[in-house]
Design a protein around this ligand. Structure first.
Ligand code: HEC
Ligand code: HEC
Length: 258
């Protein structure tokens, strides 16, 4: 009897620990020659082949709204990314990578772990993809969400946008699109509507090898950029809009696309 109780409590502790702590960071990622970017295996390929149920997804998303907000808008300070309207393929890839220890996200890991299986991953991704992209996100150098009346864009905004545009069109547009629309079946993320500060942080982390699941072609392009150039491209990216996918200004959340 006593043995049984011990075994049971150990099992509970084990389950608790599995949910609380991310798996040990894998060696794979951009640092390893053997790592194949976006390998189609495990729950990722399973989730990608399932049809997502938006209704179930909406329920599964409830726990996510605490950080990403019910609208999916995230936070202008860049701590939590904007998710609404992101391609379901990208959402599945990023979440499966986080769950598998290929992208570090200790803050979110325990919540990503609450998704029970590949079907729920597909469901929540279908739901998020169906949300319109909020238009009141953080721009250069971070317009507040509830836009304080006296907030003014920095004096060098036009100059940053122009420089950022030039760089973006030269080396990023082929994958992320003229309007920041990405490419769904290639796992290239939507950039339009993303917060300036989140973009800058991700680009810096991708350049510096800290986002280990990043596309190696993008890594080799971004390696040569200095911090100032990253500021300019992030400023430009946060100005992009995807016609037909954006929320109407001041629309109540969460609104559906079309
Ligand atoms: C405790 C806060 C928190 C909760 C709850 C949370 N997340 Fe996150 N999420 C984050 C943070 C922080 C990041 C950005 C991590 C980084 O900087 O790399 C993130 C990133 C993501 C990304 C990657 C976005 C991108 O553009 O690459 C996806 C997808 C995502 N979250 C989905 C979800 C889903 C779905 C849920 C609910 C199951 C969820 N998150 C719950 C904090 C949270
Ligand atoms: C070969 C295609 C490709 C090119 C070229 C490329 N990217 Fe990416 N980018 C990706 C992919 C794929 C991801 C998702 C990361 C991953 O592999 O999981 C990504 C991720 C990002 C992210 C993070 C988005 C998020 O939601 O977290 C930003 C920001 C970004 N790219 C900006 C750029 C910029 C700016 C350039 C040009 C300097 C660029 N990319 C060039 C494919 C590309």
């Amino acid at each position: 009897m006593k043995k049984l109780i011990i075994a049971a409590s150990l099992a509970i502790i084990a389950i608790g620990a599995a949910h609380a702590a991310p798996p040990a960071a894998k060696k794979e990622g951009i640092e390893s020659k053997d790592y194949k970017w976006n390998a189609q295996e495990g729950e990722k390929i399973e989730a990608l082949t399932k049809k997502g149920d938006k209704k179930n997804g909406e329920e599964a998303y409830e726990v996510c709204g605490a950080c990403h907000l019910p609208s999916g808008a995230g936070r202008t300070d860049g701590t939590f990314p904007q998710l609404a309207g992101q391609h379901s393929t990208v959402l599945i890839k990023q979440m499966a990578d986080i769950r598998a220890g290929l992208r570090d996200n200790p803050t979110m890991y325990p919540f990503a772990a609450t998704l029970t299986d590949a079907q729920e991953l597909a469901d929540v991704s279908a739901y998020i993809e169906s949300l319109c992209i909020p238009v009141d996100h953080g721009k250069y150098d971070s317009k507040p969400l509830d836009s304080a009346k006296d907030w003014k864009a920095p004096a060098d905004t036009a100059q940053q946008l122009a420089q950022g545009r030039e760089l973006y069109e030269k080396e990023c547009k082929t994958c992320h699109g003229a309007n920041g629309e990405g490419v769904k079946d290639k796992f290239y993320p939507v950039i339009a509507g993303q917060h300036y500060k989140y973009l800058l942080r991700q680009m810096t982390e991708i350049r510096d090898g800290k986002r280990r699941n990043a596309n190696p072609d993008m890594v080799s392009i971004i390696k040569k950029y200095d911090d100032k150039q990253l500021v300019a491209i992030s400023a430009y990216q946060s100005s992009l809009v995807m016609p037909g996918n954006m929320c109407k200004p001041k629309a109540g959340a969460p609104a559906k696309k079309k």
